[in-house]
Design a protein around this ligand. Structure first.
Ligand code: ADP
Ligand code: ASP
Ligand code: MG
Length: 406
């Protein structure tokens, strides 16, 4: 049985016109001879009826603060509405389908509500239904804990549902349909001349996704990479095949051959706060131990960490900054706080050991009078922290400097 997994994101299901495209892609692949498993997200984005953010807002305004377990129960409704809508549309087109929730499709997770990890996928029911239906529709972003509670996989988690199912079903390919023409060298909403990439390795896009490129969830790529299931990221609104994500040897049928580029792309994470803590009289060891232990104990995730004998500089999400400062002050520190920063990353396996990359970055940013607040590098990524108001210009300047539009 040749199985294909298709995943349709929120904007791909938001309007009647978009849903017609969805049906078109389903019909085309059925005609090609695939057995189809279709994973759906909740329809639309913030403000649209039944979108994940809309559900959250509605309960916040009309109910109140929900416990995490009940929040997940609310969130899974968005994907159920979307899946049943699609089932009705397919029925009208004489395409038979069945809807399975994440739990029914065999997603077993831990109990971390709101950000559960998949323990395993037991797709017996999916396989069973595939033998009699044209399409099995699975609600993305959700699973069930071992004691039966419904869980969600973290925002953007339908991508993860799709690749996890692709791996469990030994699918030939997983197609992630979205509102852009594949993976581009930067977010096209910010960098207008960003260029679509015809292929990327799992490692390249995993890196970009971890650095904020939200076109695919990093966990989804990790799962695809572990099982070597090829993924295509493509647009719902065209027939272009988009970007192939695979191991470099999977590119042998692509003219361009192996991945051999310097910089793959540029990504960003906005809304971060820089915190500086000086060692003072307590000494550096005391500081390092106390600060990072306190952050961990309060579930505050830290990033961009520079530790020196004089103290520590690091970032937290803006949403955690008030809590982080309160924790530090309680320990007797007087942290310096800079809200409203953005982390900009230049990503590419080719930057390893190449001299002059940082010089190029500094040149691009200083030409636009953009202040670098902090920087760091690894063998595949160079990060710079800038003021949020400089972020858009920084992304465009770096994109041009590395000639990614060519
Ligand atoms: P979906 O609802 O289909 O999952 P998302 O909004 O989660 O869609 O992801 C698609 C969005 O990712 C695009 O609209 C685009 O703005 C953004 N994006 C960020 N970085 C990139 C990139 N490098 N390439 C393509 N899209 C990107
Ligand atoms: N609907 C969920 C979200 O908005 C999952 C997804 O879209 O992938 O985060
Ligand atoms: Mg998404």
């Amino acid at each position: 049985m040749r199985i294909m997994v298709q995943k349709f994101g929120g904007t791909s299901l938001a309007t009647a016109e978009a849903r017609e495209h969805v049906v078109r892609h389903i019909r085309r692949e059925l005609e090609t001879g695939y057995r189809l498993v279709v994973v759906v997200s909740a329809m639309g984005r913030k403000g649209d009826p039944y979108a994940t953010d809309t559900l959250l807002e509605w309960v916040a305004e009309n109910g109140g603060d929900l416990p995490v377990r009940e929040k997940d129960l609310l969130l899974i409704c968005g994907e159920i509405i979307s899946a049943t809508t699609l089932c009705g549309l397919l029925e009208r087109e004489s395409i038979s389908s069945v809807v399975l929730t994440g739990a029914q499709a065999g997603f077993r997770t831990d109990e971390q509500f709101g950000n559960a990890r998949i323990l395993d996928v037991v797709p017996a029911r999916v396989l069973d239904e595939l033998s009699s239906k044209d399409v099995v529709i699975v609600t993305g972003f959700q699973g069930q804990s071992l004691n039966g509670d419904f869980t969600t996989l973290g925002r953007g988690g339908s991508d993860t549902s799709a690749t996890a199912l692709g791996a469990a079903l030994h699918a030939e390919i997983v197609d992630i349909y979205t509102d852009v023409n594949g993976i581009l060298t930067a977010d096209p909403r910010i960098v207008e001349d960003a260029k679509p990439l015809s292929y990327v390795s799992y490692a390249e896009i995993c890196n970009m996704a971890h650095q904020g490129a939200k076109v695919i969830h990093p966990r989804a790529v990790e799962i695809a990479m572990q099982s070597s299931v090829p993924v295509r990221v493509r647009s719902t609104f065209s027939d272009n095949v988009g970007t192939l994500v695979a191991n470099p040897e999977g590119f042998k049928d692509v003219q361009t051959g192996i991945v051999d580029r310097f910089v793959t792309g540029i990504a960003y994470v906005s809304n971060v706060t820089q915190i500086t803590v000086e060692a003072g009289e307590q000494g550096p060891h005391h500081l390092q131990l106390d600060v990072f232990k306190a952050m961990a104990e309060n579930s505050i995730s830290v990033d961009f960490i520079n530790v020196t004998p004089a103290g520590a500089v690091y970032t937290v999400f803006d949403s955690d900054s008030i809590k982080a400062v309160a924790v530090l002050e309680e320990l007797g520190f007087k942290p310096k706080v800079l809200n409203g920063c953005a982390k900009v990353s230049v990503i590419g396996g080719g930057i390893n050991g190449v001299p002059g990359i940082m010089a190029k970055i500094v040149e691009a940013l200083t030409e636009h009078h953009i202040q670098i607040l902090q920087s760091a590098d690894s063998n595949t990524t160079i990060w710079v922290l800038v003021h949020k108001e400089d972020m858009v210009q920084a992304l465009r300047a770096l994109h041009t400097k590395f000639e990614l539009h060519r």
